[in-house]
Design a protein around this ligand. Structure first.
Ligand code: ZN
Length: 423
């Protein structure tokens, strides 16, 4: 059954042009949308599902540029025995303790929880960066299946790293190669400071053989730069550049906080993409993102903090007031850049038939000229009424359509308690 959104105010995500129209939404990965008259009386709609969208805004749904499924069960977990005092201690006492505890059921629960939260916050596509050092094999397939159960499209990778020894790095490479042989995805690396030259070389070789890109944390904290200078006598982006990481337009560099002018220029003159994660930077107290001289390829992520991209865009705007040259239209541009990244690289699952229907009662006029102002200061995920993913229902009247939300939350709670006991 084809969905028709009747009498909607359609906002084109690129031009911000407003069109009063009914919208026919074709289903499938290659489906599109067609504008129909507002008055459908002359059209045969007997086989279609017609949803009245009078007074509602309809626009392209959202996508997450950098997420971490593995952190989904962390909310409310016991605090670490020792309070972390810097970024490396946060990794060591919190995240590397947590990801080592994950087993297959916990990964599945984490992925279901993440996909559900993304869907309800309007995202139909997620780029994820996963780690589970004691359950590497099949971890990406488990995540993919969970996302597909909920109805969210994905671009996954496993976070390959030497931090637990070369054997684990090899398992990460194997998991990546097997997954990429049948799925779209990326070659994940944790960060320069946990990846030695041998593993980096192997990952680049895999990237080239599979015509993929690298997804890696870059200069999130100064410690990454200090480590690189001490061990390799060069800076992080210079090292990655020499290995060829920046050569692919599919490559994603997460964070990019502590960069020299030369590193900025290397990134700007490459086809690689950057993901800004403002709230995560604030939370870890690692500094602020600055887009100056980095070029146009900047998108936004949540870094596993939550799954709400509207919130991420608003945080990028507010956190960027002090050091970043960001204004309201630039926050919107970064928020939407992920669609350019996905389309340019021919990844499937982010076509025109991915839509959100917003129930946005504004006390002031909403126009093409001031829409980005509403985007930063007014819109929130509370306004998301329906979400359509690849032309099919994902969220209908604020309810997930493909899964039993309550049953899954019971399951994720059980898995969270199991995991917390292991910490
Ligand atoms: Zn991250």
């Amino acid at each position: 059954m084809t969905i028709i959104l009747k009498n909607a105010t359609f906002i084109h995500w690129k031009t911000l042009e407003f069109t009063q129209t009914s919208i026919k939404v074709e289903s499938g990965l290659n489906g599109g949308i067609t504008f129909l008259p507002v008055d459908l009386s002359a059209i045969d709609i007997s086989k279609d599902e017609v949803i009245d969208c009078s007074g509602k805004l309809v626009t392209k749904s959202f996508a997450v540029g950098h997420h971490h499924v593995y952190s989904a069960l962390a909310r409310g977990m016991p605090v670490p025995a020792k309070q972390p005092e810097n970024f490396l201690e946060i990794l060591e006492y919190v995240w590397w303790n947590l990801d080592k505890a994950l087993d297959k059921d916990m990964i599945e629960a984490s992925a279901l929880a993440t996909a559900m939260a993304c869907a309800k916050a309007g995202s139909t596509f997620v780029i994820d960066h996963h780690a589970s050092p004691n359950a590497i094999r099949d971890s990406l397939e488990i995540i993919a299946n969970a996302f597909e159960r909920v109805g969210v499209s994905h671009l996954l990778c496993y976070e390959i790293s030497d931090r637990d020894g070369l054997e684990k790095a090899q398992l990460g490479l194997q998991e990546t190669e097997e997954y990429l042989s049948v799925n779209q995805g990326l070659v994940g690396l944790h960060a320069s400071f946990t990846v030695g030259d041998e593993t980096l070389k192997k990952a680049l070789n895999l990237m080239e053989r599979t015509n993929s890109g690298i997804h890696i944390h870059v200069a999130e904290d100064l410690a990454d730069q200090d480590h690189c200078q001490q061990l390799y006598h060069k800076r992080v982006v210079e090292r990655l550049h020499q290995f060829g990481v920046l050569n692919s337009p599919k490559t994603i560099l997460a964070h990019c906080l502590h960069l020299s002018e030369n590193e900025r220029s290397l990134i700007r003159n490459s086809p690689a993409w950057i993901v800004e994660n403002a709230e995560s930077n604030l939370n870890n107290n690692v500094g602020h993102f600055r887009g100056t001289n980095l070029g146009k390829n900047i998108m936004l992520g949540t870094d596993g903090m939550h799954s709400d991209m509207l919130r991420s865009a608003q945080a990028a705007f507010f956190a960027g007031q002090e050091v970043d040259q960001i204004n309201v239209p630039e926050a919107y541009r970064r928020f939407r850049n992920v669609h350019h990244y996905l389309a340019h690289n021919h990844f499937s699952g982010d076509g025109d038939n991915n839509l959100v229907v917003l129930d946005y009662d504004s006390p002031t006029p909403v126009t093409p000229d001031n829409f980005t102002g509403h985007f930063v200061f007014g819109l929130s995920s509370n306004h998301i009424r329906h979400v359509i993913s690849n032309g099919s229902w994902l969220v209908n009247n604020k309810r997930l359509t493909n899964v039993d939300e309550k049953a899954i939350l019971t399951y994720t709670t059980e898995q969270a308690l199991r995991m917390w006991k292991k910490l």
